[in-house]
Design a protein around this ligand. Structure first.
Ligand code: ZN
Length: 443
């Protein structure tokens, strides 16, 4: 294994050495937060001394998104949890706020360095290399971390970034790809699919005749869903790899390597990751086959450190090692706990339903909406959904609906009622993340 195959030597260090590093950094970070963050000073009163090692972390309470929102409102601008002097803050990002008011995430120059070290490992694992020309087609607006923060990561990696952003629109993005001939692109899976399917109309040639050979996707589930990955790879004639992260700790810190069978942890030395049972909240071992919710603890954060933070990602650990030489374990993501639906007692993620619908492309366009006509996320009725039929489909709407309902019932053991709608009836995500769930009033 030569070190040139990873961005950072820590990615191939024996895992025991990574744990040793985390042990030391955890103590420093805890001392820092109880000294400098009023939020943690109060929250951990009397508890700090109970954590002598990583194994003791479970003695500390979790930090929730709601607590951080309340903290922001309790003491504007950056909340009770802020731990750096405001004069040292150099950048403020906004989380997407899909589950409530947007929150603000602050960083010092040192924090940006930490974010960049994780992000560069991710894009390198996804196949990007220094000097590659990379089309950036994530949304740039609203403080979304896929925008500026991803661009910072790419610059840290040393690629030539072309930051057009999703807001440039289909014609400008495709025109720029045709003219500049970048070898790589990063965007949401829905944007990659959309651009790929529009290339013949806009440029008069299929996307696979363009220059893009490496695609990194994230921001929404899709890259790890086999049918969606396959569709993108065929459209573009390119290698598509998944990555994942979230606004609270930079942008991205999980990534698929050449093997493309799960995302490696890429946050060594920056974040300590725990796995818990989302129902009982008990700690779970990080071991092959174990599923649970990710819990993150920052290890060297200055501006807005977070200890045992529940972001809500539900994952399964798929492997503890890899032929690529990285020593970090790998995961498959299922979605955010906030998005999980419970239909007649059965847990189902919207992304899993999308995966089933994708099996019926080209009879369907693959676009769908799950209509939530009930409060919360749990229902005892069948789940109502709309699915687009393609203009070119030879199937009747009724037959397609029955096929989809049967496939979803067989695979996911969830009863759905599929309402077929014409091609184009469902709004395209464009620059935004694809939203599979829609709140509707009960008909
Ligand atoms: Zn690997």
């Amino acid at each position: 294994m030569s070190l040139s195959d990873v961005f950072d030597s820590i990615e191939v260090q024996p895992w025991s050495e990574v744990v040793e590093l985390h042990e030391a950094l955890l103590q420093e970070q805890l001392d820092y937060v109880v000294a400098r963050s009023d939020f943690y000073k109060a929250k951990f009163a009397g508890l700090r001394s109970s954590v002598g090692s990583l194994a003791d972390l479970a003695n500390l309470p979790f930090t929730s998104k709601d607590e951080i929102r309340e903290s922001l409102l309790a003491r504007p601008p950056l909340g009770l949890h802020v731990a750096a002097d405001l004069g040292d803050v150099v950048q403020i990002q906004s989380s997407s706020g899909t589950t409530g008011m947007p929150t603000f995430v602050a960083a010092t120059a040192h924090d940006i360095d930490t974010w960049n070290s994780m992000g560069a490992r991710v894009f390198y694992a996804n196949g990007f290399r220094p000097k590659d020309w990379v089309m950036h087609a994530y949304a740039m607006g609203r403080g979304f971390v896929g925008g500026l923060v991803n661009i910072e990561h790419l610059q840290h990696l040393g690629v030539c970034v072309i930051p057009l952003g999703a807001e440039s629109g289909t014609e400008r993005l495709l025109g720029a790809i045709d003219h500049l001939k970048p070898v790589a692109m990063c965007a949401t899976p829905s944007m990659v699919s959309h651009l790929g399917s529009m290339a013949p109309e806009v440029l008069g040639k299929p996307a696979r005749e363009l220059s893009i050979r490496k695609i990194s996707v994230g921001g929404e589930p899709g890259g790890g869903i086999p049918a969606i990955r396959q569709q993108m790879e065929e459209l573009w004639g390119a290698d598509v790899r998944d990555m994942m992260g979230g606004a609270d700790f930079g942008s991205t810190y999980w990534a698929e390597c050449d093997e493309k069978d799960g995302m490696h942890v890429c946050s060594q030395g920056a974040l300590h990751v725990e796995l818990i049972d989302p129902d009982t909240l008990e700690s779970l071992p990080i071991a092959e086959g174990v599923s649970g919710e990710l819990v993150y603890t920052t290890l060297r954060r200055q501006a807005t450190p977070l200890i045992r933070y529940r972001m809500g990602d539900i994952v399964t650990v798929t492997a503890m090692d890899c032929s690529c030489g990285r020593t970090g374990y790998k995961i498959k993501a299922h979605g955010r706990a906030d998005d999980m639906l419970i239909v007649r007692g059965v847990n189902v993620f919207p992304a899993a339903i999308k995966d089933e619908v994708m099996q019926f492309v080209p009879d369907t366009t693959g676009y769908l909406k799950i209509d939530l006509d009930f409060a919360g996320h749990s229902t005892y009725e069948a789940l109502n959904m709309r699915v687009e039929i393609s203009n070119t489909s030879k199937k009747s709407a009724k037959d397609l609906a029955l096929l989809l309902e049967g496939a979803i019932r067989d695979k996911l053991t969830v009863k759905v009622v599929v309402n077929i709608v014409p091609e184009g009836a469902i709004e395209r995500p464009g620059a935004q993340k694809e939203k599979l769930l829609e709140r509707v009033s009960k008909a």
